[in-house]
Design a protein around this ligand. Structure first.
Ligand SMILES: O=C(O)CCc1c2[nH]c(c1CC(=O)O)Cc1[nH]c(c(CC(=O)O)c1CCC(=O)O)Cc1[nH]c(c(CC(=O)O)c1CCC(=O)O)Cc1[nH]c(c(CCC(=O)O)c1CC(=O)O)C2
Length: 346
């Protein structure tokens, strides 16, 4: 970590990431920008997701929309986990209602060579968009992000979203040299994608291993952990790193071995249990995104339950336990932000 850690920060989010005591519990939401906001749908008219991600002015506007509307303590860069893959020439599309779809799945030794290193000049729009955002965000930190090697590899090998990741697991076990060839190249690509964002002004990063929960602990340690560790290594000495996965209650300890300073917890495990297992970790989460669709009383009660459960943690960043659901009413998220700030003001 750079010596910036020695200088107290005005940002409750960065203070929490560093284990310092913030003026209130910071709150932001995964997928806070995007389909749940009417203003997002307006600006996205007529552009594909990947076109939007490579248009700096659009990325900056979309990233700012939830910051303006909610007063969250951090912005997350509006991009997507497949952006670096498209940038190096992989034929990947994001199909609305489906997700990332890869035209020619990766399955053979020759396919490994299709993954070249990412160069900053492949993604000039990332540097430009973050340059615009840093100016507009002022004291609100920007979180950069990347998808983790296992999750990205699953999209490349399966050819799109998958429930059982069967082709990925079969390849792992029958051709481990192909698996590690693909995953190690993805780790280098992810690491460079994170580094470019930090270089441009992101003050924290999050590595999303959305599908790691599909692995047993033994398989996670053998096939995923080394590559997630490599992906995070590139920004280890510069900014706080958050590592999050879905359905990863059985992997909490193993995922901390990537070196990430903050552990993202999904909504399936209470934060007091996570705190007992990770006593020296800052925890992020973990309201169930579906609860945001409940009535206000239930929503506040569940928000208070998350805050109560987090009291035993070394530090807490309030978030959902997965991304904001597209059908979410923005007024509900505003209610959560204001309540968390009021309930935890020091
Ligand atoms: O249709 C649109 O307008 C774009 C939808 C959209 C995408 N990335 C996006 C957005 C904005 C938003 O979430 O509304 C934009 C996006 N994708 C992501 C992030 C980072 C974050 O979650 O805060 C963000 C930025 C969110 C923000 O700036 O607030 C990361 C992402 N994309 C993806 C994944 C892995 C996964 O969820 O499968 C993940 C990891 C996070 C997670 O687990 O939720 C892949 C992906 N990209 C995308 C989709 C949605 C496809 C669909 O259902 O239409 C999907 C698959 C899915 O979410 O089920 C496209």
């Amino acid at each position: 970590m750079s010596n910036a850690a020695a200088v107290p920060t005005a940002s409750p989010f960065l203070a929490s990431c560093r284990g310092e005591t913030p003026v209130h519990t910071p709150v932001w939401f995964m997928r806070q920008a995007g389909r749940s906001l009417p203003e997002y749908k307006q600006v996205r008219e007529g552009t594909t997701m990947l076109e939007a991600c490579s248009t700096p002015e659009l990325v900056a506007e979309i990233t700012m929309q939830p910051v303006r509307r909610y007063g969250v303590d951090a912005a997350i860069f509006f991009s997507d986990i497949v952006v670096p893959l498209a940038a190096i020439g992989v034929d990947v599309k994001i199909v609305p209602g489906v997700g990332p779809v890869v035209a020619e799945p990766f399955r053979t030794e020759d396919d490994v060579k299709r993954l070249r290193n990412l160069d900053p000049c492949d993604v000039p729009y990332i540097t430009e968009a973050i340059g615009l955002l840093v100016k507009e965000l002022g004291d609100t930190p920007l979180i950069g992000f990347a998808g983790a090697p296992f999750t990205l590899a699953s999209y490349l090998i399966e050819g799109g979203p998958s429930r059982d990741h069967a082709k990925t697991k079969a390849l792992m076990k029958s051709r481990p040299e192909i698996w590690h060839g693909i995953a190690s190249r993805l780790a280098a690509i992810c690491g460079e994608f994170l580094r470019v964002q930090v270089e441009a002004g992101a003050q924290a990063v999050q590595l999303f291993d959305s599908w790691a929960g599909a692995l047993s602990e033994a398989d996670y340690r053998r096939f995923a952990l080394p590559h997630s560790t490599a992906a995070l290594m590139g920004v280890a000495q510069s900014v706080p790193r958050i590592h999050f996965g879905v359905g990863t209650g059985h992997l909490l300890e193993a995922m901390t071995e990537t070196g990430a300073e903050v552990s993202g917890v999904d909504f399936r495990i209470p934060l007091d249990q996570a705190a007992k297992r990770l006593p020296d970790k800052i925890l992020q989460g973990n309201l169930d995104p579906a609860v945001v669709l409940a009535d206000d009383d239930a929503l506040i009660a569940e928000t208070d339950a998350v805050l109560e459960a987090a009291k035993g943690a070394k530090g807490h960043i309030f978030n959902l336990g997965h991304g904001v659901l597209p059908e979410t009413d923005p007024a509900k998220l505003k209610l959560v932000v204001d309540h968390v700030h009021e309930a935890t003001a020091r």
